[in-house]
Write a protein that binds this ligand. Sequence first.
Ligand code: AVJ
Length: 329
Amino acid sequence: MTPGAAAEPIEIEVRLRADGGVTMEREVRLGLTAKPKELSPKYFYDERGSQLFERITELPEYYPTRAERQILAERSAEIVAAAGEPGTLVELGSGSATKTRHLLSAMSEAGCLPTYVPVDISEEITHETADSLVAEYPGLTIRGLVCDFEHDLERIPNGGGRRLVAFLGGTLGNLYPEPRRRFLARIAALLEPGDGILLGADLVKRRSRLEAAYNDADGITAAFNKNVLSVLNRELGADFDPDRFEHVAGYDPEQARMDIRLRSLEDQTVRLDGLDLTVRFAAGEEMRTEISTKFTRERLESVYREAGLRPAGWFTDPAGDYALSLASV
Ligand code: AVJ
C-alpha cells in the first residue's frame, strides 16, 4: 500500500451543485425557442426513462450494449495490458458498474489491487455499487465521486499508479463535434503521461440495422423518446400530450449519426408554466431529442487527435459492430 494512503476501503465525495433547476430551465427554453426545436438527451433519464433504457439494452434489435459487454468479457485482459496495467480505474457514468467488473478482474489478475473511482450523478447507486464491489474484490479501494462530470470532471482524484479513464456505453455519440472535442480535451488535460482513456463507441454499419436499433418492434424506444415530454411536464409544469407526438429515428449518412426526433401529429400549443412559456408546434414539425453518432476507426482516431489524444488500441466484437478504443496523451 502507498504510505499515507487512507485506510478506508470506501470514500465517496459528493459534489452535487444545487442549482434549483436553472440549468434545465435555461436549456429547455433555449431549445424550445430555437428553429428547429431541440431538447437535450440528458433529460430522458428520470427513473422511468432509465428503466426504459434498460429495456432497450435487452431488445433483439439493439446490439450496442451486448457488443460492448462481449468485448469486455472476452478482451479485458488484453485491454488492461495495452493500457499498461493501470492501478486505478476511473469510470465516468459508472451506475451499477456491471460491465466494469470484467476490467477490475483483469486488473487484479494483472497483479495489483486496483483503486476504482466511480463517477456518477446518483449518490444512491454509487454507494450501493461501492458496497457490493468491496465485498466482491477483497483489497479493492474505492474513491468515488458523485457529481455531474460534465461540470466537475476536474475533481476526479488521482489514485495509485497509472489511471485508466473509462467512458463506456457509447454516450460520446450524443455529443455534437465541438462539445465532443472540448469534452475529450478536458479528459486529456487530466491525464498524466502513461494514463489512458477507454472509450466505447458504436460503429458505422448498414443503415437498416442502425435504423432497426432505434425503431424497435415493441415501441420501447418510442416510449423512451416520448418520456422526455413527461419529464418536462413534471419538472417544468408543462402540458405536453405524448400521444400528440410520434417517434422518428433515421440515419443521416452525411453526418454519420442517428437523428432522433419527436414529430407533432397536429397543430398544437404547449404551455410550460415553469418557464412562463407557450410554444407552438405545426402539424408535422419535428423536434430533435438526440443524436447518436456512429464512428469508423479512422474517424474516431481523428476525433482523438483533434482533442490532443493519441490512439493506442482498438478492440471490437467479432461482428465488428462496436469498438472499445484506447487513447493516451
Ligand atoms: C446511451 C446514448 C448510447 O445512443 O444508442 C438508445 C441512447 N437512444 N436508444 C444510444 C439511446 C435511443 C444510447 N446511448
